[in-house]
Design a protein around this ligand. Structure first.
Ligand SMILES: Nc1ncnc2c1ncn2[C@@H]1O[C@H](COP(=O)(O)OP(=O)(O)O)[C@@H](O)[C@H]1O
Ligand SMILES: [Mg+2]
Length: 489
């Protein structure tokens, strides 16, 4: 039920505004107490005024009751003093007084309507037993009082004085004046309430605007950033909440900035890397053109250099395309069941000629047969890159050991070499695109600086991890761990 009401309110667009909600809460909180006070004051005035009136009238009636006895009025209703008193009370309170004797007969009625009639009502009977009864008839606006007329009579035998009820006074007094005062009071209270309402309305409007201002500031600041006016970190420290929002936004902003910087750096690296072979080609070609009658051997030599540079350009472009393809098809692996032992043997067979050229020993050791759910083509490319590096950054007559192990969850591949090693401060960077520890050496042996970036992407796509251990001039070990169901599904 509450949820239904809530949904109903939520569906009205204006109630979804934080400011409108604060405004309504302030309005309700401000107005309800004033309405309660209004009602409470009126009702407590009424109670008090009625009880004061009752005791006033009661006192007067008691005095009259005494006089009735003193002047023996019940037997002989013709005393002027009493008549005047009755007159006075009925005038004063706009009321009516009836006096009933012990035979239940009305002997006095200030309205002169019921004289001589008998009244045997419940109240009268109770009153003859000594009880005073007071009734406030709110609806018709009068108080009805029934009070006994007592005479003190001494018991002849015991000598004890007893009150004996000789008659009953039945009185009704109007409460019109009380009602009138209440009407005036109520009107005043309404006027005050309306003034309070207007004040609270104005205050709630101002206050809700004031309270929500910091949130508008946040929106404005974010809009400024998205419109491109600024990319400075925002600060709206007005509330802890706005600070949190802005902090979160700043974190996103700085992440975007980092991404943007790395994108710019990548573009400038690409341009630079692509330009280098072209510059060489241009220099070689120009120096041939500049010379007259160049010997054929020199021509051949320069041309071979030019072909080498073109090959290099081609390799960079191919690696770049590979990298872009990996980024683009992020997550789309062609998973199949692959025998990892066979896969590695094939890779080593393909790399054998390079290893022989570099005089490096290739050793494969496997402690078990491993089959895994992986992308054959991509994983082959990644492992080739690790093994190729181990061959290229090795020393004369060095060794490359490829160790395969695994359990029921993952396989672990170690590529160990006895090469030049990687300086500690470079280990964190070798997976970055175009990063090379020694640019000229890497260039000499045909590196593009993209191999490990590609390999890392592929291993991450398989939800695997890569660890590197390295010591300068002793060797490097890459430890690659890949789950057997490499897609992670
Ligand atoms: N087995 C290794 N031994 C020593 N250095 C290595 C090894 N593997 C990678 N490196 C360093 O990391 C750099 C980045 O490797 P990679 O991305 O494959 O680029 P490259 O095209 O230069 O081989 C290399 O230039 C080299 O300095
Ligand atoms: Mg490489």
């Amino acid at each position: 039920m509450i949820n239904k009401i809530r949904n109903g309110i939520e569906s009205i667009r204006i109630f979804r505004s934080f400011r409108v909600r604060i405004f309504l809460v302030l309005l309700v909180v401000g107005i309800i107490p004033s309405l309660i006070i209004h009602a409470a004051i009126l009702s407590s005035y009424e109670d008090r005024a009625v009880s004061v009136r009752e005791s006033e009238v009661q006192n007067q009636l008691k005095i009259i009751a005494n006089h009735l006895i003193t002047y023996n009025y019940l037997q002989n209703p013709s005393n002027d003093v009493v008549a005047a008193e009755l007159e006075q009370i009925s005038n004063l309170y706009d009321g009516r007084v009836l006096i009933i004797n012990s035979n239940f007969k009305v002997i006095v009625d200030t309205y002169n309507i019921s004289v001589g009639k008998n009244i045997i009502s419940k109240e009268v009977i109770r009153c003859f037993k000594g009880e005073s009864i007071t009734n406030y008839d709110r609806k018709n606006g009068f108080i009805e009082m029934t009070i006994p007329i007592n005479e003190l009579i001494m018991d002849a035998e015991s000598g004890i004085e007893n009150n004996v009820v000789k008659g009953v006074m039945l009185t009704s007094v109007s409460t019109d004046t009380i009602v009138m005062t209440m009407t005036i009071l109520s009107r005043t209270a309404w006027i005050i309430s309306i003034i309070v309402f207007i004040c609270i309305f104005i205050l709630a409007t101002l206050f809700s605007r004031f309270l929500t201002k910091p949130f508008n500031k946040v929106t404005d600041a974010i809009n400024d950033v998205s419109a491109g006016f600024t990319d400075q970190a925002l600060a709206v420290p007005d509330y802890a909440e706005t600070e949190q929002i802005v902090d979160a936004f700043n974190r996103v902003l700085s992440r975007i900035r980092v991404l943007d910087e790395s994108r710019q750096e990548f573009v400038s690296n690409v341009s630079h890397e692509l330009k280098t072979p072209i510059t060489s080609i241009k220099l070689l070609a120009e120096s041939l053109v500049a010379q007259e009658e160049v010997p054929a051997e020199l021509y051949r030599e320069f041309m071979e250099d030019i072909v080498g540079e073109i090959d290099r350009e081609d390799k960079i472009i191919n690696d770049l395309l590979e990298l872009v393809k990996l980024d683009k098809t992020n997550g789309t692996l062609t998973i199949e069941e692959v025998n990892v032992n066979n896969m590695i043997e094939l890779i080593l067979k393909r790399l054998k000629p390079i290893a022989q050229r570099e005089n490096v020993n290739l050793i494969f050791e496997s402690s078990r047969e491993v089959t895994a759910q992986i992308d054959d083509v991509k994983m082959t490319l990644a492992i080739t890159n690790f093994v190729e590096n181990a061959i290229k950054y090795n020393r004369e007559n060095g060794n490359v050991r490829v160790l395969l192990d695994g359990d029921h969850q993952k396989f672990i591949l170690k590529v160990e070499d006895t090469g030049i090693g990687i300086p500690e401060e470079s280990i964190d960077h070798i997976f970055e695109r175009f990063y090379r520890v020694d640019k000229s050496h890497s260039r000499e042996i045909g590196g593009t600086g993209l191999g490990l970036a590609i390999a890392r992407n592929i291993i991450l796509m398989h939800r695997g991890t890569i660890d590197v251990e390295s010591e300068i001039d002793i060797g490097t070990t890459f430890i690659i761990t890949v789950p057997l169901n490499g897609s992670g599904k």
